[in-house]
Design a protein around this ligand. Sequence first.
Ligand code: UT7
Length: 323
Amino acid sequence: MTTRAVVTGVGHYLPDRVVENAEFEATLDTSDAWIRSRSGIERRHFAAEGQTTSDLATRAARAALTDAGLEPDDIDAIIVATSTADLTFPSVATMVQAELRMMHGFAFDVQAVCAGFIYALSTANSMIISGQAKRILVIGAETFSRIMDWTDRGTCVLFGDGAGALILEPQEGEGTGADRGILATDLNSDGRYRDILYVDGGVSTQNTGFLRMQGKEVFRHAVEKLASTATTALAKAGLNSDQIDWVVPHQANIRIIAGTAKKLGLSMDRVVVTVQDHGNTSAASIPLALSVGKARGQIKPGDLVVTEAIGGGLAWGAVVLRW
Ligand code: UT7
C-alpha cells in the first residue's frame, strides 16, 4: 500500500470588483483589443480598499471546508502560497488559522511567486506521506493589484486578485498511476533569471516596490519549461500525456497556455482556461482554476489532472494528480 494525498475539497473566492479591459483605456495607451489578443485576458477582479490577502484566503478556505463537509477543527495544517502577504510577518497562514478559530496544528507561508501553489502542493504532499500532518488546507491567495505600477501598461493590465483552496488528506492506494491523489511532483528554479520578473522593493530595501517584468523574455522561457516539467512529472508517475484528462495551467497568458498544450500534444478542449475572467492571479491561479473547473463540471472524480506553473525566480514546476 502507498499513502497518497487526495483532494477532498476545493473552493475559491474572488473580490466583488470586476475591472474590464476597457477601463484601462481611460488612463493608459492601451486597448481592449490589444490586451485580449496578446494575453487572452478580458477582465480581472481587484480587492476592495482595505481588503487583504488573508481575507481572500480565509474566504477560499471556508468554501473548501464546506465542499469537503469539514470544520476547521478537522484540519491540522495550513499552507498558504503567496507573494503579497498582509504584513511582513506573521504569515498569512497563521492569520487564516486565527480567522478560522483553529487552535491546534501549524500554519506557514510558501513564496515561489506564480509557481507558489505548485510548491505548496508538493510540500503538503510530502508532509502527508511522511505523516507530519493529516488534513492540510493548501491555499493560493494574492492581491497583486497592490504591487502594480499603474503607469506601466506592460504589466498592470495583466494581473488580478483572488484566492483558491484545496484540502488534502491521506488515503491508501496501490502505488500505481490509477490511484487517486498526488502521483508525482516536479520542482525547479534558476535564480540567474531574477531580473526578468521581480518586485523592485522589499523589507530590506525599505519600500514595497512594484512588479517589473520583461514579458517577452518570460514568455520565451515559459512554454518550453512548462511542457518539460509537465512531461517530467508525468514520467515520474509512470504516465504519459495521452492519459491526461485535464491540464490546469497557471493562468498568465492564453498564448502560453495554448503553446504548452500543443507541445504536450493536447487539444484545448482538455485545458481548463480561466485567464479571460481572472487575469494572472499568481499563486492563486491554479486553485482558482481547479475550483472553477470542478464547478463547471469539467473536472470529475478519477480524472487525471496535470497542473503546471512558472513565475519569478525563475521558479517552475508541475503536479500530477488523480482527482
Ligand atoms: O505569471 C508569471 C509569468 N508571466 C508571464 O507568463 C507573462 C509572459 N509574457 C506575456 O504574457 C507577454 O509577453 C505580454 C502579454 C506581457 C506581452 O506580449 P508580447 O506579445 O510579448 O508583446 P511585447 O512585450 O513584445 O510588446 C509588443 C508591443 C510593444 O510595442 P513596440 O515596442 O512593438 O512598439 C509594447 O510596448 O506592444 C506594446 N505594449 C502594449 N500595447 C498596448 C505592451 N503592453 C501594451 C499594452 N497595450 N498594455
